[in-house]
Write a new protein. Sequence first.
Length: 559
Amino acid sequence: MDPASTPLAEPEPRLRVGPLLRWADDTRATVWVETDRPGTVSVLDAEAETWSVHGHHFAVVVVEGLAPDSETAYDVRLDGRVVWPLPGDRRPAPVIRTTGPRTQEAFSLSFGSCRALAPYDERGFHGHGADALVALAEGVLAGRTSLPDLLVLLGDQVYADEPDAEMVERLRQRPGVAPDVADEINSFDEYTWLYEKTWSHPSLRWLLSTVPSAMILDDHDLRDDWNTSEAWRRHMTAKPWWRDRVVGAFGSYWVYQHLGNLSPDELAASPVLRAIREAPTEAEREQVLDAMAWRSDEDPGAHRWSHVRQMGGTRLVMIDSRCSRSLSSGRRGMVDDNEWQWLQQHLTGDVDHLLVGTSLPWLLTPSVHELEGWNEATAGGAWGKAFSRLAEKIRWAVDLEHWAAFRSSFDSLTQALGDVASGRRGKAPASVLVLSGDVHLSYAARARIAGASADASPVWQLVMSPFRNPLSRSIRAANRVLMTPPARAAVTWLARRAGVPAPGARWGLDHGPWFDNGVSTLTVRGRDVRLRTELAELAAGDVQVLRTVLDESLTAPGR
């Protein structure tokens, strides 16, 4: 036979991204994958057909019939051929760990946010430091730390507006891109490049295949300062590239992050997923996805990104504090009325612990809280129309966009948390913990809420940020200055002069701040919960490790 006429062997199938073990309860689990071709994906005895959009192939496999409190090793097969684990990989096979009676007694979750891409070499370590999530994974693999039961990723899982140099070089090959976004992600396909690279580190990939994860979006998933104000939206939505960016951002977020937040029952009930699966052509599937994505930005009430997860006696409520905002003059809200009504149903007691995940901290450092209140008031006209324009520029320049900058929402959330802690919304839990990221410094602050009962449960704001994206030295210095008593007195005076009332809670930083990359872990044992904060650093041979800086009970009597 002429060698030139010999057919080429078909390349072996592979996973482009994943597997990600996203959701698990007593007997069921979901495993998410992106494959390099269409086909049937198998995990244990469960199967799912891939569906394709924009030239990419995805599946969510629902595994059922597992035993409670079990640990089951699995592999992933595409059309019967094993595509994970990879041949020669010395890491353990991924496992599915179900919940059960053990989870009622004890479980742990690790949380944080803000993980930018950077190489794992001298240049990358110098600019971005050690990667806390990789250090966590490699610590588990080396037996230095325990495997958490859940990962809570609180936003900025990807940086669409700040990709690394290698990604920028690839993006610059595109023709006809607007100059102001030439170095940014602008379409669904480009977002797939970003997710693939962000989740590709072998140790992190193993961690995500073995530990369920809950995720929520933040601004860099789309663009810095996203939905800061009504003026920001007017400015950005007029850009000719905005629609493509929005469609790519929401469509990819729905596929890569949001689907895994849903339980098997919620997946079965999802009208978007059902429409995509039932669409006969890829073009029609793309129409469904793109329409959902665009509608999500145009109408915050069109799609809910907030979600709830129950782990034994602990409830985790993940709040979308970015997309569902109300920005109309006089009706600014971190969430709109529809979203707030949904949250009211879940911000209740009758659990051992209530955890509230919001990418943006509810409690900032006290000085910055007052500064954001002053800025919102003056941007709204408290010091006249001329100053309001300057205040708006300040808001954009220094990211004054947290709960404190949406004062009506801050007050509502403060009241709700105080009511839960006081037993006015069901039996009081042992703790109320708000988990946040975004601000690129980490701390723990206990709140004393006005009107809470004398025996109210402890309420804590716990911030862990970044996983890997530290602040510059100059911004760290500015933060430290703002924490001094004179600075706090000055900004408090400004806020009161602008008509901003004192907040309905008192707090300081009980622990921290820490500015280095890190990860925090909560360990729940019955009615006790313990916080461990670890910072990432390099050991000999550029091994990425975690160093404990805090290990303390948040519920111990007498605190």
